[in-house]
Write a protein of this length. Structure first.
Length: 202
Protein backbone atom coordinates (compact mmCIF):
# COMPACT_ATOMS: atom_id res chain seq x y z
CA UNK A 1 0.00 0.00 0.00
CA UNK A 2 1.42 3.41 -0.94
CA UNK A 3 1.58 6.35 1.46
CA UNK A 4 -1.14 8.05 -0.55
CA UNK A 5 -3.43 5.05 -0.30
CA UNK A 6 -2.78 4.65 3.42
CA UNK A 7 -3.59 8.30 4.05
CA UNK A 8 -7.02 7.84 2.45
CA UNK A 9 -8.19 4.91 4.54
CA UNK A 10 -9.58 6.91 7.53
CA UNK A 11 -11.45 9.21 5.15
CA UNK A 12 -13.11 6.28 3.43
CA UNK A 13 -14.46 5.14 6.81
CA UNK A 14 -15.55 8.69 7.72
CA UNK A 15 -17.62 9.10 4.57
CA UNK A 16 -20.64 8.18 6.68
CA UNK A 17 -20.44 11.84 7.74
CA UNK A 18 -23.15 13.53 5.68
CA UNK A 19 -22.24 17.14 6.35
CA UNK A 20 -19.60 19.35 4.74
CA UNK A 21 -15.91 18.53 4.57
CA UNK A 22 -12.74 20.62 4.79
CA UNK A 23 -10.35 19.88 1.92
CA UNK A 24 -6.73 21.00 1.50
CA UNK A 25 -3.98 20.07 -0.97
CA UNK A 26 -0.97 18.27 0.50
CA UNK A 27 1.13 21.38 -0.15
CA UNK A 28 -0.55 24.43 1.36
CA UNK A 29 0.21 27.70 3.11
CA UNK A 30 -1.35 29.75 5.93
CA UNK A 31 -4.88 28.46 5.60
CA UNK A 32 -5.28 30.09 2.21
CA UNK A 33 -5.49 26.82 0.26
CA UNK A 34 -8.63 25.51 1.90
CA UNK A 35 -12.08 24.63 0.65
CA UNK A 36 -15.35 23.44 2.18
CA UNK A 37 -17.09 20.89 -0.02
CA UNK A 38 -20.08 18.58 0.16
CA UNK A 39 -19.85 14.87 0.88
CA UNK A 40 -20.65 14.09 -2.73
CA UNK A 41 -17.73 16.21 -3.99
CA UNK A 42 -15.35 14.57 -1.51
CA UNK A 43 -16.18 11.21 -3.09
CA UNK A 44 -15.42 12.65 -6.53
CA UNK A 45 -11.99 13.87 -5.36
CA UNK A 46 -10.63 10.61 -3.93
CA UNK A 47 -7.91 10.44 -6.58
CA UNK A 48 -6.66 13.99 -6.07
CA UNK A 49 -3.56 15.29 -4.24
CA UNK A 50 -5.42 16.40 -1.14
CA UNK A 51 -6.48 15.48 2.36
CA UNK A 52 -9.83 16.05 4.04
CA UNK A 53 -11.77 15.73 7.28
CA UNK A 54 -15.42 16.34 8.25
CA UNK A 55 -16.10 20.00 9.02
CA UNK A 56 -16.40 20.59 12.78
CA UNK A 57 -18.46 23.41 14.28
CA UNK A 58 -15.52 25.15 15.94
CA UNK A 59 -16.13 27.02 19.21
CA UNK A 60 -12.54 27.90 20.11
CA UNK A 61 -9.04 27.56 18.69
CA UNK A 62 -5.63 27.77 20.36
CA UNK A 63 -1.99 27.19 19.48
CA UNK A 64 0.00 25.11 21.95
CA UNK A 65 3.79 25.54 21.86
CA UNK A 66 5.31 22.20 22.85
CA UNK A 67 9.01 21.71 23.59
CA UNK A 68 10.26 18.31 24.66
CA UNK A 69 6.78 17.02 25.59
CA UNK A 70 5.98 19.99 27.84
CA UNK A 71 4.04 23.18 27.13
CA UNK A 72 6.05 26.38 26.83
CA UNK A 73 3.10 28.65 26.01
CA UNK A 74 -0.50 28.70 24.80
CA UNK A 75 -2.05 31.34 22.57
CA UNK A 76 -5.78 31.91 22.19
CA UNK A 77 -6.86 32.68 18.65
CA UNK A 78 -9.36 35.51 18.48
CA UNK A 79 -12.10 34.44 16.07
CA UNK A 80 -12.84 36.51 12.97
CA UNK A 81 -15.95 38.66 12.82
CA UNK A 82 -17.49 35.85 10.81
CA UNK A 83 -17.14 32.90 13.18
CA UNK A 84 -18.17 30.49 10.44
CA UNK A 85 -14.87 31.20 8.70
CA UNK A 86 -12.97 27.90 8.74
CA UNK A 87 -9.39 29.16 9.14
CA UNK A 88 -8.48 31.36 12.11
CA UNK A 89 -4.98 32.72 11.49
CA UNK A 90 -2.88 35.84 10.97
CA UNK A 91 -3.18 35.62 7.21
CA UNK A 92 -6.95 36.08 7.51
CA UNK A 93 -6.85 38.81 10.17
CA UNK A 94 -7.16 36.86 13.42
CA UNK A 95 -5.21 37.82 16.55
CA UNK A 96 -3.21 35.61 18.92
CA UNK A 97 -3.34 36.47 22.64
CA UNK A 98 -1.29 34.87 25.40
CA UNK A 99 -3.26 32.47 27.60
CA UNK A 100 -2.55 32.65 31.33
CA UNK A 101 -1.24 29.44 32.87
CA UNK A 102 -4.31 28.92 35.03
CA UNK A 103 -6.60 29.10 32.01
CA UNK A 104 -4.89 26.29 30.11
CA UNK A 105 -7.17 23.36 29.26
CA UNK A 106 -5.47 20.19 30.44
CA UNK A 107 -7.25 17.99 27.91
CA UNK A 108 -6.12 20.35 25.16
CA UNK A 109 -2.52 20.43 26.40
CA UNK A 110 -2.39 16.66 26.86
CA UNK A 111 -3.64 16.05 23.33
CA UNK A 112 -1.23 18.63 21.88
CA UNK A 113 1.69 16.99 23.71
CA UNK A 114 0.67 13.58 22.39
CA UNK A 115 0.45 14.92 18.83
CA UNK A 116 3.83 16.64 19.08
CA UNK A 117 5.39 13.44 20.40
CA UNK A 118 3.93 11.39 17.54
CA UNK A 119 5.46 13.86 15.07
CA UNK A 120 8.95 13.25 16.45
CA UNK A 121 9.58 16.99 16.71
CA UNK A 122 11.41 18.51 19.68
CA UNK A 123 9.57 21.79 19.07
CA UNK A 124 6.07 21.94 17.64
CA UNK A 125 3.35 24.58 17.48
CA UNK A 126 0.16 22.54 17.61
CA UNK A 127 -3.10 24.12 16.44
CA UNK A 128 -6.08 22.80 18.41
CA UNK A 129 -9.82 23.44 18.13
CA UNK A 130 -12.73 22.76 20.47
CA UNK A 131 -16.10 21.54 19.24
CA UNK A 132 -19.60 22.15 20.63
CA UNK A 133 -19.24 19.24 23.04
CA UNK A 134 -16.01 20.57 24.53
CA UNK A 135 -13.82 17.99 22.79
CA UNK A 136 -10.40 19.13 21.57
CA UNK A 137 -9.18 18.21 18.09
CA UNK A 138 -5.72 18.52 16.52
CA UNK A 139 -5.88 20.69 13.41
CA UNK A 140 -2.23 20.54 12.40
CA UNK A 141 1.31 20.47 13.74
CA UNK A 142 3.60 23.31 12.65
CA UNK A 143 7.31 22.48 12.64
CA UNK A 144 8.21 26.17 12.34
CA UNK A 145 5.37 27.94 14.15
CA UNK A 146 5.83 31.70 13.96
CA UNK A 147 7.13 33.53 17.03
CA UNK A 148 6.42 37.22 16.40
CA UNK A 149 8.29 40.16 17.85
CA UNK A 150 6.79 43.08 19.75
CA UNK A 151 6.29 46.42 18.05
CA UNK A 152 9.63 47.67 19.40
CA UNK A 153 11.45 44.69 17.89
CA UNK A 154 11.95 42.82 21.17
CA UNK A 155 11.03 39.10 21.41
CA UNK A 156 7.38 38.48 22.24
CA UNK A 157 6.30 36.61 25.36
CA UNK A 158 5.78 33.38 23.40
CA UNK A 159 9.17 33.71 21.74
CA UNK A 160 10.85 34.14 25.12
CA UNK A 161 9.02 31.11 26.53
CA UNK A 162 10.10 28.88 23.67
CA UNK A 163 13.67 30.21 23.88
CA UNK A 164 13.77 29.54 27.64
CA UNK A 165 12.47 26.00 27.11
CA UNK A 166 15.06 25.30 24.41
CA UNK A 167 17.82 26.74 26.61
CA UNK A 168 16.72 24.43 29.45
CA UNK A 169 17.16 21.40 27.19
CA UNK A 170 20.53 22.71 25.97
CA UNK A 171 21.73 22.56 29.57
CA UNK A 172 19.84 19.47 30.77
CA UNK A 173 19.74 17.28 27.68
CA UNK A 174 17.05 16.35 25.17
CA UNK A 175 15.33 13.48 26.91
CA UNK A 176 11.60 14.19 26.63
CA UNK A 177 9.89 14.81 29.96
CA UNK A 178 6.42 13.30 29.85
CA UNK A 179 3.80 14.80 32.19
CA UNK A 180 2.37 12.27 34.64
CA UNK A 181 -1.20 12.38 36.00
CA UNK A 182 -1.97 15.92 34.80
CA UNK A 183 -4.25 17.72 37.24
CA UNK A 184 -3.37 21.39 36.59
CA UNK A 185 -1.06 23.61 34.56
CA UNK A 186 1.89 22.80 36.84
CA UNK A 187 1.89 19.25 35.51
CA UNK A 188 2.24 20.22 31.83
CA UNK A 189 4.25 23.47 31.88
CA UNK A 190 7.85 23.34 30.74
CA UNK A 191 10.43 23.68 33.54
CA UNK A 192 12.35 26.17 31.44
CA UNK A 193 9.38 28.53 31.70
CA UNK A 194 8.45 28.05 35.37
CA UNK A 195 11.47 28.46 37.65
CA UNK A 196 9.71 26.75 40.59
CA UNK A 197 9.12 23.56 38.62
CA UNK A 198 10.04 20.44 40.65
CA UNK A 199 12.44 19.35 37.90
CA UNK A 200 14.48 22.46 38.66
CA UNK A 201 14.85 21.45 42.30
CA UNK A 202 16.63 18.18 41.55
Amino acid sequence: MTGMQASRQPYLRDLAHRGDWVVRPFHHSRGLDLDVVSRENVRDMLNGEWYARPLIDKQAEVRVYVVGCRVAAVANKTPPSDRTQVAWNHALGCEFTNAKWGSWSLSCCDRAIEAASMSGLDYAAVDMMQDQDGKWWVIEINSAGSLPRNDDGSPSYRARCVADALAWHYKKGWDHIWPLDSTNWRDVIHPGVWSNHPLNQQ
